[in-house]
Ligand binder design. Structure first.
Ligand code: ADP
Length: 495
């Protein structure tokens, strides 16, 4: 590769905004552009995005970042995206038949419940590593086919295409020439057999999805075609794709079994690399494709916490007991670890390992001397305790995390990270570059273009900014955690 075009452009199409970042070969940011787009809530529990708003934002940020960096210097493009969000479009007109149904959308809850009541969950989990849940794409596709007039008929005639957001962007970026996705995004649809790495006829039949809708599934670092000049002003190969959480694992160089990344944004997503094995969880975790390179699949075990940074926003915006998220750190430093007060932020139920959608939040263990400081500190502690819940579940499923690499907005909080290390009894590493997701997409493109020879080159670029080592006595760690477990048991629903 000549040295004058070793820049890599990564597009990060997220739930609330689209970003484009150009990196140099050493993973330094050369240029960066970001744009938000509207969220649509047509009914309670429904969440949609206008595909044209997504597309316009992606084109705008991509053009801006390319112009600033010089498009001639960009060797390849990587895409990472909000996962599971579903689109169907007309291959002839290029128009979507409906707005994007976003991963958070619950409109298919009853349909999913029926499939579970009919006893299909085991078969689905065995093949996909997931659960039957509205979160994933399959029931969203089924809803579109059954509720938007004329769509099923058009689908059966082969005229329509389904895609997650990566696939839709790729199709548009290549001027409608390429209908493909990568194995990580495919693994979140509920239609893809993660063991055979094929769309699964039995799953397609269960959800009533014609196979003519489906994209080709390629490796994460692969040849995905070349951008159309009329679209972004340059012809550049698209050569990397991964869903956002998997891209973060790659950006964190989590390439060996046991390496675990935990992203603390609004919610928290943990993925542990499980190597060549696809463990089926007995603790409500998901098995997923972590990445697929040169035809070889690496699996991951995934768990999520619904409320992480948003609990800090709740302290600020609802309780109004802090002025800024950053203030939570100063308060925790002055208060110290709180032993008896527990905030269980189950505002939208409890995720893995409990899966209790009917649980609701509580503050427990208050005494006459408890005040704002204890509640703020206990809220930070709750995010760490929930991470421990996930890590324990992973260990019981056979994957013992060795290192936790963290990223996301909350990791600016040193006190939180030290408490996390103490409660996990594991070192917590914060990288110099906490933009793991977008970096992961760039790395994939760089692998395919030969900017990086192998994942070892990527590992060599990862550097630690701080390591938080566990310093708490074992007995204290365990008694704090038992207190948390008792608090969680108090809020779990009876049903
Ligand atoms: P997202 O990508 O989900 O929008 P970010 O990764 O930008 O989220 O992280 C923002 C979240 O991090 C917010 O919910 C905010 O409350 C939380 N946050 C930011 N700074 C701190 C801090 N110093 N301490 C605790 N939480 C913080």
């Amino acid at each position: 590769m000549s040295t004058d075009n070793h820049f890599l452009l990564a597009i990060d199409q997220g739930t609330s905004s689209s970003r484009a970042v150009v990196f140099d070969q050493s993973a330094r940011v050369v240029s960066n552009a970001q744009q938000e787009f509207p969220q649509e809530y047509p009914q309670p529990g429904w969440v949609e995005h206008d595909p044209e708003a997504i597309w316009a934002s992606v084109v705008a940020v991509t053009r801006k970042a390319l112009e600033a960096a010089g498009s001639g210097r960009v060797a390849g493009i990587g895409i990472t995206n909000q996962r599971e969000t579903t689109l169907i479009w007309d291959r002839e007109t290029g128009q979507c038949v409906h707005r994007a149904i976003v991963w958070q959308d619950r409109r298919t809850a009853d349909f999913c419940q029926e499939l579970k009541d009919d006893g299909h969950e085991k078969m689905v989990t065995d093949k996909t590593g997931l659960r039957i849940d509205p979160y994933f794409s399959a029931s969203k596709i089924a809803w579109t086919l059954d509720h938007v007039e004329g769509v099923r008929k058009l689908a059966e005639s082969g005229r329509l295409a389904f895609g997650t957001i990566d696939c839709f962007l790729l199709w548009r970026l290549t001027g409608g020439r390429v209908h493909a996705t990568d194995a990580t995004n495919a693994s979140r649809t509920l239609l893809f057999n993660i063991h055979s790495q094929q769309w699964d006829p039995e799953l397609l039949e269960l959800f009533g999805v014609p196979d003519s809708l489906l994209p080709e599934v390629r490796d994460c670092a692969d040849d995905f075609g070349v951008t159309d000049k009329s679209v972004i002003g340059a012809e550049i190969p698209v050569c990397g794709i991964a869903g956002d959480q998997q891209a973060a694992l790659i950006g964190q160089a989590g390439f060996s079994p046991g390496m675990t990344k935990s992203t603390y944004g609004t919610g928290c997503f943990v993925i542990a690399n499980s190597g060549r094995n696809a463990p089926i969880s007995n603790h409500n975790l998901l098995t997923t494709v972590a990445y697929r390179l040169q035809g070889e699949v690496t699996y991951g075990l995934e768990g999520s916490i619904f409320v992480a940074g948003s609990a800090i926003q709740w302290l600020r915006d609802q309780l109004k007991i802090i002025q800024s998220a950053a203030e939570s750190q100063a308060i925790a430093v002055s208060t110290g670890i709180v032993d008896h007060v527990h905030v269980v932020p189950a505002f939208a139920g409890l995720g893995a390992p409990y899966w209790d959608p009917n649980a609701r939040g509580a503050i427990l263990g208050l005494s006459r001397d408890s005040g704002i400081n204890e509640i703020v500190t206990a809220t930070l502690q709750a995010v760490a305790f929930q991470t421990r819940d996930l890590v324990n579940a992973m260990a019981e499923d056979g994957i013992t995390p060795s290192i936790i690499r963290v990223d996301g907005g909350m990791v600016a909080n040193d006190w939180f990270l030290q408490f996390l290390a103490d409660i996990l009894g594991l070192p917590v590493e914060r990288p110099k570059n906490v933009e793991s997701t977008v970096l992961g997409a760039a790395y994939l493109a760089g692998l395919q273009r030969g900017v990086y020879g192998s994942v070892d080159d990527i590992s060599a670029l990862w550097s630690s900014e701080s390591v938080f080592s566990p310093a708490m006595e074992e007995s204290r760690r365990e008694s704090l955690y038992v207190g948390w477990q008792q608090a969680v048991n108090r809020v779990r629903s009876q049903t």
